[in-house]
Design a protein around this ligand. Structure first.
Ligand SMILES: [Zn+2]
Length: 109
């Protein structure tokens, strides 16, 4: 099976158009860790329940909350392409919960 690739402009992860059609300005994209779990932005402590800590090595990924495809920021920044790194279940389980927490926090600011 061929690797799916999202559209991205100028090595900029915020310009991703996910394979499913989602963008930052549509349903939004979320910074995540290597397991696809949304990360806390690190501005405040402690890390809210459900979110992952900001990766110590800054190895960030971008999660599409609509379909669960995850892209690796470092690959996009280096190559200007956005192959799907992994897929996670955004409909149920800990990642669904983390997405809910993420939007709740960003709505409150
Ligand atoms: Zn998507």
């Amino acid at each position: 099976m061929d690797t799916e690739t999202a559209d991205v402009i100028g090595h900029d992860v915020t310009t991703i158009t996910c394979v499913c059609g989602n963008t930052v300005s549509k349903d939004g994209l979320i910074q995540a860790n290597s397991e696809g779990i949304p990360v806390h932005n690190g501005e405040t402590t402690p890390v809210p329940a459900g979110l992952a800590e900001w990766p110590a090595d800054e190895d960030l990924y971008t999660l599409c909350p609509s379909c669960g495809r995850v892209y690796r920021d470092a690959v996009i920044e280096e190559t200007g392409t956005a192959p799907v790194a992994l897929r996670v279940d955004v409909a149920a389980g800990p990642i669904a919960e983390a997405i809910r927490v993420h939007w709740e926090l960003s709505a409150g600011t």
